[in-house]
Design a protein. Structure first.
Length: 155
């Protein structure tokens, strides 16, 4: 089991970072992450968000679209189906600095353990403003209270 030492949230807008540090949570829809065009890599956008089914061509015989039949042998990639009922839900994303499976630390594993606590280089593409949450237990507790679930405000 991993131990979470801190949460890190990166922002490309200073006002958003300040709002978050003041207790305001902003949650995008899953659809926004699916449709986000990420110019710097795969930091925010994920075209595979909200998938309800994925069919390999080998799993299909034919696809029928109205009067058109497409043989599975003509398919070059899997057929991916997204669900609107999932895409319209809101989600909150945050980076976790955690032990990543290190149940114990020894002189032989200390350097590897320290590397697990490093923020991955790709995360710096998310923005130049950073908020670190040291009291993870309190943050989670505030996020799971009914008041927060209704208003998404932490203080």
């Amino acid at each position: 089991m991993s131990i979470i030492f801190a949460f890190v949230k990166l922002f490309d807008n200073q006002d958003h970072a300040k709002a978050f540090a003041n207790g305001n949570l902003f949650m995008n829809t899953i659809r926004s992450f699916k449709e986000y065009k990420d110019e710097s890599g795969e930091l925010r956008g994920d075209k595979y968000e909200g998938i309800v089914a994925l069919y390999q061509p080998s799993q299909l015989s034919n696809i029928q679209l109205g009067d058109i039949t497409i043989p599975a042998s003509d398919l070059a990639t899997p057929i991916v189906m997204h669900g609107n009922h999932l895409l319209d839900h809101n989600i909150f994303c945050i980076y976790s600095l955690n032990s990543r499976g290190h149940d114990s630390v020894s002189s032989e594993t200390i350097f590897d353990f320290k590397r697990t606590l490093d923020l991955h280089d790709s995360c710096f593409g998310l923005g130049e403003y950073c908020v670190v949450i040291h009291n993870v237990t309190e943050f989670i507790s505030r996020c799971t209270t009914p008041l927060c679930q209704d208003s998404c405000r932490l203080n």
